[in-house]
Structures are given as C-alpha cells and as structure tokens.
Design a protein around this ligand. Structure first.
Ligand code: BV8
Length: 252
C-alpha cells in the first residue's frame, strides 16, 4: 500500500459532504525547516519545556525565555509555507467547509492562504503586555535580545499559550465544536501528546467522524484512527487535496 495514497473511503469523504477539520502540529512545518518539539533535534531536545514554555520560567528568567522566542520568530520569518500548508489552503478554497485548527504558533498556515485558522496555542507574532494583558500583532523578525516593553513600562511577552496556562476560550470552544461536527478529520504533524488539543480527534471520532493521521511516525493516536498515511505532510496533504479536486501548488 502506497503510504501516501488515500483509500477509496477517504477519497469519497474528500469529495463528499463535509465539514472537514484539519488539526495540525509542528510536523507540518518541519518541511519548512522549522524544528519540531519532540524527537531528534527537536526544539526541546536537551531543554526542559518547563524551563522555557511556562509563565514561571518567564518570571524567573525573562531574558532566557525571550531569547528562545526571539530565535523562533527569526526562524519562522525566514521559513516559507510548504506544500502541506498550501494543500490545506487549496482544499479550503475548493470546498468552503474545511477549517484548520493548529497548535502551531509560526503563522505559516495564514501565510499559505488559509483564511480562518483556529490558533489553539496563540502566535509568535502576537505580543502581550504582562501588565494588563493587552495584545498587539508585531511581524518584525528581529526585536532584539531583550524583551520589549509596553508603553506602560511592563515587559511584552510572546502571545503564546504556555504550559499550565488556559487555552484561549473562544478558540478552544470553536475547536471542540468543529470536532463534534466534522465528518472527516485530518490529524497532521502532531505527536498527540499535548492536552487539551490531543483530545479533539477522539471527540470527533466519538461523534462519528472518520479520522486520518498523517505522520511518518506512530503516535499515541495511531491505534485509534480509521486510516494512517505514514508519510510527510508536504507529500501526503497535496495528494489528499488533489483527490478532493483542488488545484494544488506543490512549489512550497
Ligand atoms: C492547560 C507553547 C489547564 C507555544 C505549547 C489534560 C488536560 C489539560 C491539560 C493537561 C492534561 N494533561 C496534562 C496537561 C498539562 C499540559 C500538557 O498537555 N502536558 C503534556 C506535555 C503532558 N497542557 C497544558 O499545560 C495546556 N494548558 O490545559 O491548562 C488550565 C485550565 C484552566 C486554567 C489554567 C490552566 C497548555 C498546552 C500548550 C502548551 N504550549 N507551546 C510554543 O512555544 O510553541 S505546547 C507545544 O507542543 C507546541 O505548542 C506544540 O504545538 C505542541 C504539541 O507538539 P506537536 O505540535 O505535536 O509537535 P511535536 O514535536 O510534539 O510532534 C511533531 C510530530 O510531527 C511528531 O509526531 C513527528 O513524527 C511528526 N512529523 C515530523 N515531521 C513531519 C511530521 N509529520 C508530518 N510531516 C512531517 N514532515
């Protein structure tokens, strides 16, 4: 069986009535050159996530945490959407009933043209005042090695969700609703370890959705999906978009 070829059942769902939910993680940005979190050479390889991605870490050492995110912003600014991001955007344009829910904070789905991405874990391109919580978008690639200051004088922190922090209410509610209503769920590039995002495929399956995992490696979700396409998302997702009749840009 070709690891990238969708089954007849999946092709029928890609062509039939939706809605379709695509849940993505760091693996869909791997082919854009952005390191994933867990696994060989991962961002957190050698780091303890709690040493970087928690409010306590930022309070304890704002310079260290800021430098980590400033480095990630610079990497993400250099990266370009890959064929996987572009394929999901093409699928959305072709069908009109596809939503991307992502754990990623790099902004590559938006840059690929996905019109209404649900960002569960915030964005590298949002800065939040630690004083009053107000947020603003800032797309400058290089903000320097020191955390910038808000007009009120407090530090600005990355507008991302750290461990122990609640996900944004509107986004998580919308994600659960999309999971409950989906007829097809594509779970791409995630180790399915981080909650509550990792519970979305099970919620969808319990509500009757057909769940497909796109990941070269096995994950804790693999045993409970309807279909696994064990290849890189940059190769698999364009095949799925084409099967749905979307015009796919593979340049990436
Ligand atoms: C919360 C910050 C509660 C931004 C991140 C049960 C319920 C609720 C919470 C918990 C729970 N159990 C445990 C928790 C606590 C915790 C948690 O889940 N811990 C885990 C580790 C056990 N969850 C939380 O703290 C969450 N908060 O629930 O708060 C609360 C409620 C009310 C009030 C107060 C508090 C917050 C979770 C968000 C944490 N922030 N990041 C940033 O720096 O980016 S998580 C971090 O992991 C990233 O956001 C990332 O998106 C996320 C998930 O990782 P993945 O995207 O899956 O990436 P990973 O590297 O792991 O895997 C990549 C995959 O891709 C691999 O499988 C690989 O094989 C594959 N791959 C590689 N190449 C390719 C590929 N696939 C396809 N193609 C390729 N080419």
């Amino acid at each position: 069986m070709d690891a990238f070829r969708p089954s007849d059942a999946l092709v029928a769902l890609l062509r039939g009535p939706g809605p379709i939910l695509a849940l993505t993680g760091a693996g869909v940005s791997a082919e854009s050159g952005l390191a994933t979190f867990r696994g060989p050479g991962g961002l957190w390889e050698g780091h303890d996530p709690a040493a970087l991605a928690t409010p306590e870490a930022f309070a304890r050492d704002p310079l260290l945490v800021w430098r980590f995110y400033a480095w990630r912003r610079a990497r993400a600014a250099e990266a370009r959407p890959n064929a996987g991001h572009l394929a999901l955007a093409a699928l959305e344009r072709a069908r009109g009933d596809v939503r991307v829910v992502t754990q990623n904070v790099d902004g590559l789905h938006e840059r690929a043209g996905s019109p209404s991405v649900v960002r569960l874990h915030g964005s590298l391109w949002t800065l939040r005042c630690v004083g009053d919580g107000t947020e603003k978008e800032d797309f400058r690639a290089d903000l320097g090695a020191l955390p910038p200051r808000c007009g009120c004088g407090a530090f600005l922190r990355p507008g991302v969700v750290w461990f122990g922090e609640a996900l944004p209410e509107r986004e998580i509610r919308e994600a659960f609703d999309l999971a409950r209503r989906a007829r097809l769920v594509l779970v791409a590039g995630t180790s399915s370890l981080v909650q509550p995002a990792a519970s979305l495929p099970r919620i969808a399956r319990d509500a009757g959705a057909y769940v497909v995992e796109v990941n070269p490696d096995e994950t804790p979700l693999s045993a409970s999906v309807d279909e696994r396409l064990a290849g890189p998302s940059g190769a698999v997702l364009p095949r799925l978009a084409e099967a749905a009749g979307a015009a796919v840009d593979r340049t990436g």
